[in-house]
Design a protein around this ligand. Structure first.
Ligand code: NAD
Length: 320
């Protein structure tokens, strides 16, 4: 949910996001296509019950071909309102897993764990180390995913620097994890091993690249590259970029099992497989000299093609 300036702008964004979902699901080896919805409106002031019910009715009218879930501007409360009108929503209620354990509907912990697993793989590839003790990590945004990632990193012995525009979030990271707090504008230029963007998209751009020194970039945010050229530039500078939709797939994997059933162990194993996918991307990139974002798109399309998906030709046209 976002106050888009026009229908056109919203349409462009939802098509970009849905393309990303298709590639993300493919790369994560899920039997899902790619769908995304946007609501035009202010997430702080524009959420009437009537609007949320209208959204629920709309999702229901698609008969299960589109399944909705929380994302930017929406959360548990909205999913519960949609669930009053449609069953094609995930994340609305806690659910019991096949092994009897109970999980909340929030996929963020799985996203955070997947980013942790992927970050370790990137560190192994670029810095040649398996141990995270003393690893310096700067996290931009300590919300649902960023704080979860910070907890995993802290437990593994990493040193943390965090920035957020909400004081309460940085305070929690500082009090609970002993993280060093910096101003939002200072998070890019730190002398750290890893930059983990967990706030918003477009943050890898010409301005931030001027100061960004971390040899590894591995975080949860969607659409991190402001343009395709930034991916090439990172490769040229030997800064290893873990493609966003490869490393942040833990949430969609979680959601898949919420919908189709699965045990905590199955979800864990599937999220852990993010490391193998990233390894393949990194190795192919190293071998061909191409940037990791291009390799990720290619691998996602290959996996779609192998599954006989009908949308491959359109996606290939868009990619070229
Ligand atoms: P969130 O809203 O809980 O957290 C985002 C945090 O970033 C907030 O604390 C916010 O204050 C902070 N922030 C916003 N602008 C900032 C800025 N300029 N500088 C520093 N901090 C800033 O969101 P989330 O669920 O943690 O998701 C984080 C990112 O990961 C988003 O890009 C989201 O699309 C992506 N993502 C999330 C999931 C998931 O499961 N939640 C899955 C895949 C991708």
């Amino acid at each position: 949910m976002f106050p888009y300036a026009s229908d056109d702008e919203a349409l462009r964004d939802v098509l970009r996001l849905s393309r990303g979902m298709t590639l993300k699901s493919s790369l994560a080896g899920l039997k899902l296509g790619g769908g995304k919805a946007v609501i035009i409106g202010d997430p702080h002031t524009g959420k009437s019950q009537a609007l949320l019910h209208a959204m629920g009715d709309f999702v229901d009218s698609l008969g299960g071909r589109y399944i909705t879930a929380a994302d930017s501007g929406t959360g548990d409360a909205e999913m519960q309102a949609f669930a009053q009108r449609t069953r094609h929503v995930v994340g609305a209620t806690p659910r019991t897993l096949l092994d009897g354990s109970v999980a909340s509907g929030d996929p963020s912990p799985s996203t955070a764990y997947g980013v942790f697993v992927g970050l370790k793989e990137a560190v192994r590839q670029r810095l040649g180390r398996d141990e995270l003790t003393g690893l310096k990590v700067a996290i931009q945004g300590v919300g649902h995913v960023g704080l979860g990632l910070a907890r995993h990193l802290k437990a593994a012995g990493a040193e943390l620097w965090v920035a957020d525009i909400f004081d309460a979030n940085v305070k929690q990271a500082m009090d609970e994890l002993g993280a060093n707090v910096v101003r939002p504008q200072d998070i890019y230029g730190l002398d750290v091993d890893v930059f983990a963007p967990c706030a918003m998209g477009g943050i890898l751009n010409e301005q931030t690249l001027e100061v960004l020194r971390a040899p590894v970039i591995a975080g949860a945010a969607n659409n991190q590259l402001a343009s395709a050229e930034i991916g090439v530039e990172l490769q040229r500078r030997n800064q290893l970029y873990a493609p966003d939709y490869a490393i942040n797939a833990g949430g969609i994997i979680d959601v898949y099992y919420q919908r189709n059933g699965g045990s905590a162990a199955q979800i864990d194993a599937h999220v852990n497989a993010i490391a193998g996918t990233l390894r393949e991307i990194f190795e192919r990139a190293a071998a061909s000299g191409e940037c990791t974002s291009v390799i990720a798109d290619r691998l996602a399309l290959e996996r779609l093609q192998a599954g006989g998906a009908p949308q491959v030709a359109t996606l290939q046209r868009q990619a070229s």
